[in-house]
Design a protein around this ligand. Structure first.
Ligand SMILES: Cc1cc2nc3c(=O)[nH]c(=O)nc-3n(C[C@H](O)[C@H](O)[C@H](O)COP(=O)(O)OP(=O)(O)OC[C@H]3O[C@@H](n4cnc5c(N)ncnc54)[C@H](O)[C@@H]3O)c2cc1C
Length: 271
């Protein structure tokens, strides 16, 4: 395993902004709950709980000894003669592999808005996925005391902003929120996990809950009989896009290609 971050967690390693939580129910969203023997403490788990769960998975499956953290895969080369890949990294590693699985995610690279002047702005700026607690003070549960005398501008009103705004609004001297495109917002209804319910869970529970979550309501020809609870998003989708671990077809080299050729895909390993 080659991972740019300093630990397991992916999205939840990088995103530690105040208020960060999953917005798909944690009993469905967190992977391998039964295997690890863990029941999330909240219906929508805080990011830190998810990150710690990812670390627990790493310990449970003894993955820490096999991973190169703080290492970026920079190039993949397929060699027809050897029928294998070479994975190049920014630490000058050359790793030979018969199979390569790309799971670099879709939301793991911070994207700054292309606002003219952003590069010359003199104030302190950062992206929510690289939250600067040295500057703001506090932690993921809030208490951003460093902003008490600051005028803060937040750009965007997506799912992340909705989680951050209550903290910034409370702790900053003044908060300006810039909204280009309004998003629809529903009631989260977060609540602690009921210990009685947790104790009653039986084997296969996560699979059953996921199947239920992914179930597509049967289409009906009569519009008037459609259930008001029919979700308005495709089954299994999130308010944020989920990642695919499949490399794009154009980037995967086939062993059936002409022999003795090598092809490299620099930069193909990042989204
Ligand atoms: C704040 C936030 C909240 C979210 N909440 C939800 C939710 O509630 N429900 C939901 O379904 N989805 C949610 N998502 C989407 C989330 O991205 C996915 O659910 C999931 O985490 C994707 O997992 P992944 O392993 O595919 O990618 P990631 O978790 O993004 O992991 C990809 C990893 O690849 C590493 N990487 C990338 N390129 C390289 C490279 N070249 N070399 C080495 N390492 C590399 C990155 O450092 C990263 O650690 C959320 C996303 C964000 C940002």
């Amino acid at each position: 395993m080659v991972e740019q971050g300093g630990d397991f967690g992916g999205t939840w390693y990088w995103n530690r902004y105040p208020g960060v939580q999953c917005d798909i129910e944690s009993y469905v969203y967190l992977p391998l709950l039964e295997e690890i023997g863990y029941v999330p403490r909240w219906r929508y788990a805080p990011g830190e709980e998810i990150r710690q769960h990812a670390r627990a998975i790493g310990r449970h499956f003894d993955l820490y000894r096999d991973v190169c953290f703080r290492t970026q895969a920079t190039e993949l080369c397929w060699h027809d003669a050897e029928l294998e890949w070479t994975v190049h990294t920014d630490r000058d590693d050359r790793i030979r592999a018969r199979h390569v699985v790309i799971s670099s995610g879709t939301l793991s690279r911070a994207k700054l808005p292309g606002i003219p002047g952003i590069e010359t702005f003199k104030g302190h700026t950062f992206h929510t996925s690289r939250w600067d607690y040295d500057y703001t003070g506090g932690d993921a549960s809030g208490g951003l005391h460093g902003l008490a005398d600051k005028r803060v501008a937040l750009i965007g009103t997506g799912a992340t902003a909705i989680q951050v705004v209550p903290h910034l609004g409370r702790d900053a001297e003044h908060l300006y929120v810039f909204q280009r495109t309004p998003s629809s917002v529903d009631v989260r209804g977060n609540r602690p996990t009921d210990p009685g319910w947790a104790a009653s869970l039986t084997p296969g529970r996560q699979r059953r809950r996921r199947d239920n979550f992914l179930a597509v309501p049967r289409p009906t020809t009569e519009v008037s009989s459609a259930s008001p609870s029919t979700p308005s998003w495709p089954a299994g989708s999130s308010t944020r896009s989920t990642a695919s671990s499949s490399p794009p077809a154009s980037r995967s080299a086939s062993p059936a290609s002409p022999p003795d050729s090598s092809r490299c895909t620099a930069g193909a390993v990042s989204p």
